[in-house]
Design a protein around this ligand. Structure first.
Ligand SMILES: Cc1cc2nc3c(=O)[nH]c(=O)nc-3n(C[C@H](O)[C@H](O)[C@H](O)COP(=O)(O)O)c2cc1C
Length: 160
């Protein structure tokens, strides 16, 4: 089984970054290394050569929790990163976040990405995430990672 998990994300006000840090600490206890790129800090687009999971907080223009807004703002550098060199094809899922005060608009951008790029919407968490979010999402990523390893082994057999 792979001993690392790759994460592409964007964090503008630090909540998602704090969550990724908690996740990194949790997974390290299980001997899994997290390699993460925060597009806000490392904006230079690179071709990503290994499978990864995306984390995306919602920043939508308009909408107040009653009237929905749909237009993505501020997070578009992550969208461009996924488009660059077809990076999105290596993405095996997206985890959304936001603030539940936005009601139906909660974590909506990640749902839009899943729809636009065709990868699965895995789950979501609010703001910096709770302890139980860290436990739940760590377990989910370990499960996904082992599915990926099996898929890679399976394709090697087919090509042998
Ligand atoms: C201008 C603005 C628009 C936002 N729009 C949404 C939204 O549509 N839906 C939502 O769930 N959260 C929305 N949020 C809340 C952020 O997604 C939330 O604070 C998130 O944790 C920010 O992540 P970050 O600190 O990693 O950048 C918005 C926040 C701001 C400042």
């Amino acid at each position: 089984m792979n001993d690392h998990i790759n994460i592409l994300y964007v964090s503008l006000s630090g909540n998602t970054k704090a969550f990724i840090q908690k996740l990194t600490t949790e997974l390290a206890k299980q001997s899994i290394i997290v390699n993460s790129i925060n597009v806000r800090e490392r904006p230079t687009q690179k071709k990503l050569l290994e499978p990864f999971v995306t984390f995306l907080p919602a920043f939508l223009k308009g909408g107040n929790g009653i009237d929905n807004g749909f237009k993505e703002i501020l997070t578009t550098p992550l969208r461009r990163y996924l488009e660059f060199a077809d990076n999105y094809k290596q993405c095996y899922g997206i985890i959304g976040s936001g603030n539940r005060n936005f009601n139906k608009q909660f974590a909506l951008t990640a749902k839009q990405y899943a729809n636009d790029f065709g990868f699965p919407y895995l789950t979501d968490f609010e703001l910096k995430g709770s302890k139980s979010d860290v436990t739940k999402i760590s377990a989910l990523l370990i499960k996904k990672q082992s599915e990926n390893s099996l898929a890679i082994e399976g394709s090697a057999d087919t090509n042998a």
